[in-house]
Design a protein. Sequence first.
Length: 419
Amino acid sequence: MTFLAVGINYNTAPVSVRERLSFPTDILESSLKGLLRVKDIEEAAILSTCNRTELYCSSSLHNEQTLINWVAETKQISIEDFAPYLYFHTDRSVCRHIFRVACGLDSMVLGEPQILGQMKTAYQAAFDAGALGKNLGKLFQHTFTAAKKVRTDTAIGSSPVSVAFAAVQLAQQIFDKLSEQTALLIGAGETIELAARHLSQQGINRIIIANRTYDKAHAMAAQFNGYAISLSELPNHLAEADIVISSTASQLPILGKGSVESALKKRKHKPMFMVDLAVPRDIEAEVDQLRDVYLYTVDDLQNTIDQNMNSRRLAAAQAEEIIDTQVDYFLAWLRVQGAQSTILDYRTQAELARDDALLKALALLKNGIPPEDVINRLAYSLTKKLIHTPSTQIRAAAENERHDLINAAREIFKLTKSS
């Protein structure tokens, strides 16, 4: 049995190639069943995200070309159009790769946690499709164990490395309870959506989304049970905001010192936390002069992010050591599975010898032979049966100068030198 992995990711292939090789949820089950019909493929799983597509297989043969041909046929794409972007892993390398992926060590953002959830989704899809067996199923289970250990024993995911996350974390440091605060988010792009998501996850009391296009603000606000306004309504709602995060493409400031000063008066100078993530700035620099405002720019957060990224890199080095150990544990388990049939056969042989000797002993007891004599005969007979075949094989090994077998026998039976 061989583990095989074939894939592309954000490092090896442009999005134009990745999108052609993606496996959306609605075709995943049929694709997995199709992959199982490929000759020599015994188990299979497909991990497909915006940043990577990877096939994990258990096969009776080491043959990546079979997988490449299947991808080309399934996705209706010429091999020459995607083969140069592929990477391959086998056996130990597969184990190490899948562990690193699940831990976020192979991600665009080092240590990001979303990939573990995507890995679990891939596992569930393969399980539901009947594509997982004992070995690949165990590999995924051990992958989740390794990822949990890395998250628990290192700081790989504890430091924010996106400006949106850093902004929300900073807000948590300033306010004791976000559940009592109102956040005003200006813009409707990806950064603002991330900020809204993080705030929502941290239990923010209320979210207001402001955008030049009201429909976009409304669509985003609906996701987070928020309230949408247009930019022209900002002066009417600014005083409600304890937290302001802005990220637009405007070439001119959206919030000036005067409008913020007016809002502070309405708030009776209750402090405001403001984060300007836009370049050029959405909030006039002079706002920082106001006594009750904590204003941070994208540069302020970038310093935090750089420090956190260094922290993650140090944690990643620890994670690599944990992964190496976990790979050894899994491969040890896998090797034991290879010996299971031998152990079972040996146990069966011993049990047959035991049952035969026991039947003869019971017959002797029925015939009136003294129990002490029966026990002695049973011990002698059983010992003779158990050592006969190994003794014969060891003699044959000596005759054929198979000293390796003799040494192996001494090790297996833990023999000590007789005096």
